[in-house]
Write a protein that binds this ligand. Structure first.
Ligand SMILES: O=P(O)(O)OC[C@H]1O[C@](O)(CO)[C@@H](O)[C@@H]1O
Length: 531
């Protein structure tokens, strides 16, 4: 299968993507729709034969079985011995989802209902902080306990009618200092979001926030909430059980926004809109489970990923949402994709024989156009681009802005594909009255090689439901790529070594231990920083 795909790639290496549009039906044949979304992958070099080979590859890798195993609650996270069931957090009420014969849904639904009750009392003012109605909520968490809710709260700003939400993640004291500086401790609620309730950054920030609050209110613990799988540790921290929202170990950190970790989002937009967010994701789950591969958005997005990274060899991909409110989506997807598929061994511990998942990066358009798009168009590396655009914004009086946004988004994928040949650049110089050697030099700088692939995800409007679908689409894309690569997308051992060394460096930096045994560079830096 892999050999066949490499052979197909060699055969089309010189083909211009643009020539594929000689077929007037290309756009329809190489795009797929679901609900209010459209995934266009026609501006790639994938043709019928390549798509068929990619689908065969996914099937040979056991995608149907792996998908059934995930939805069926099997312990597919082999290195941690855990099931992977974030899909249960958004499953409709009344669903039956079992792990080892036990239905997990009653507990999921009970926690969902408790979250909704708490969010409602907080939004209505029935829950009183020690200075009265809650004005501000500070979510303290990092990685999956931060990026999901922070990204979604920003994305859904037009639906935000609850208290203000703030997010503190970095252990750099500047982050919590600057966030708390503008807040009143008497009307602020602090949410400590940590699956393990042991992450050093989060626990350090939580202790600082508690000290800040203790300086102003009699009972700081009364304004603290915990979101965690380690409910005993939350209790030790001094948070009463009625404000502890637990979740099971089968929810991975980067897949956790759908449950308690999403509490700040629920407080911001309200339980009804939060339900719409879950419903969107559940609809994508059903589509992923049931749609045939040629119509299945997560499968198709994954296959373009495999084609570009593992077959064509492009090392990175750019996520380019033409939506300012999705400014945090690239960071969110960096964790989702790189923590899931940035691995060098297969499920059985053998070395991977192919590249791991790609480097994921990006920024919203149109800002990126005035920064790094230069490289996308004329750099020597090819970076597949993943554009995202809504048909309409939330500001009817600013429709002319949105029209410009859409035009820019479409123009970029067109420019990447078509480029500008040397003859056109020469004609531009001639029209400017520049001739001879200077014209030739100037023309060469104005050439765009083109033939650079992109996909576009278009949707009607960034509603809570649509955002839920988009995130679930990417989650399942990551899963499919992981299955094809034969890796475990649900552990993250690669984050451990740095944590261990940071712990060991603490006493060295404080001067309690010397730097003996450290390499010369680390010892030199310790000396410089201590001085
Ligand atoms: O929610 P926790 O347990 O504080 O973990 C935060 C993050 O840290 C990581 O474990 C990586 O260090 C992520 O996977 C996770 O999202």
């Amino acid at each position: 299968m892999w050999d066949e795909l490499h052979a197909l790639q060699s055969g089309v290496a010189d083909r211009r993507i643009q020539t594929l549009f000689d077929d007037p039906a290309r756009f329809y044949a190489f795009s797929a729709r679901f609900d209010g979304m459209l995934l266009d992958y026609s501006k790639t070099n994938i043709d019928d034969a390549i798509r068929a080979a990619l689908i065969a590859l996914a099937e040979a890798a056991g995608l149907p079985e792996a998908r059934a195993a995930m939805f069926g609650g099997e312990r597919i996270n082999r290195t941690e011995g855990r099931a992977v069931l974030h899909t249960a957090l958004r499953a409709p009420a009344g669903s039956v989802i079992e792990i080892g014969g036990e239905n997990v849904m009653p507990e999921v639904e009970e926690t969902r209902a408790r979250m909704a009750r708490f969010a409602t009392t907080l939004r209505s003012g029935a829950f009183k902080a020690q200075g009265g109605r809650v004005t501000d909520v500070v979510n303290i968490g990092i990685g999956g306990s931060d990026l999901g809710p922070a990204m979604a709260v920003a994305a859904l700003a037009p639906y935000h009618d609850g208290p203000r939400c703030h997010f503190v993640s970095n252990v750099d004291g500047a982050h919590i200092h600057d966030t708390l500086a503008g807040l009143n401790p008497e009307t602020t609620v602090v949410i400590v979001a940590s699956k393990t309730f042991a992450t050093v950054e989060t626990m350090t920030n939580a202790a600082t926030a508690r000290d800040w609050m203790a300086a102003s209110v009699a009972d700081p613990g009364a304004q603290f909430v915990a979101l965690s799988s380690a409910e005993d540790r939350a209790a030790e921290f001094g948070i009463a059980p009625e404000r502890v929202f637990g979740f099971a170990d089968w929810v991975g950190g980067r897949y956790s926004v759908w449950g308690p970790i999403g509490l700040s989002l629920m407080i911001a937009i309200g339980p009804d809109e939060f339900s719409a967010f879950l419903d969107g994701a559940a609809a994508m789950d059903a589509h992923f489970r049931d749609a045939p591969p040629e119509e299945n958005l997560p499968v198709l997005l994954a296959l373009t990923g495999i084609w570009h990274r593992q077959i064509c060899g492009y090392p990175s991909r750019a996520v380019l949402p033409y939506d300012q409110r999705l400014a945090l989506l690239p960071a969110y997807l960096q964790q989702l994709e790189m923590e899931s598929n940035g691995k060098r061994v297969a499920m059985d511990g053998a070395d991977l024989t192919r590249p791991s998942g790609p480097i994921v990066w990006g920024a919203p358009g149109t800002n990126g156009q005035h920064a790094f798009y230069q490289l996308l168009h004329q750099g020597t590396d090819i970076v597949p681009c993943e554009f995202m655009i809504a048909a309409e914004g939330h500001e009817p009086s600013l429709a002319h802005h949105h029209a410009l946004l859409v035009a820019n988004c479409l123009a970029q994928s067109e420019a990447l594909m078509k480029g500008r040949p040397l003859e056109s650049a020469r004609a531009i110089m001639a029209a400017k009255g520049v001739h001879g050697d200077e014209a030739e030099i100037q023309a060469r700088h104005r050439v765009f090689p083109g033939n650079r692939p992109s996909t576009t995800l278009a949707y009607d409007r960034l509603t809570p439901r649509r955002l839920g679908q988009i995130i679930a689409l990417y989650e399942h894309r990551v899963f499919v790529e992981g299955v094809i690569l034969g890796i475990n997308s649900f552990d993250q051992w690669g984050v451990e070594l740095g944590k261990e060394l940071a712990t060991a460096l603490g006493p060295v930096l404080s001067g309690d231990e010397d730097a003996e045994g450290k390499d010369g560079s680390t010892a030199g830096l310790v000396t410089f920083l201590r001085r």
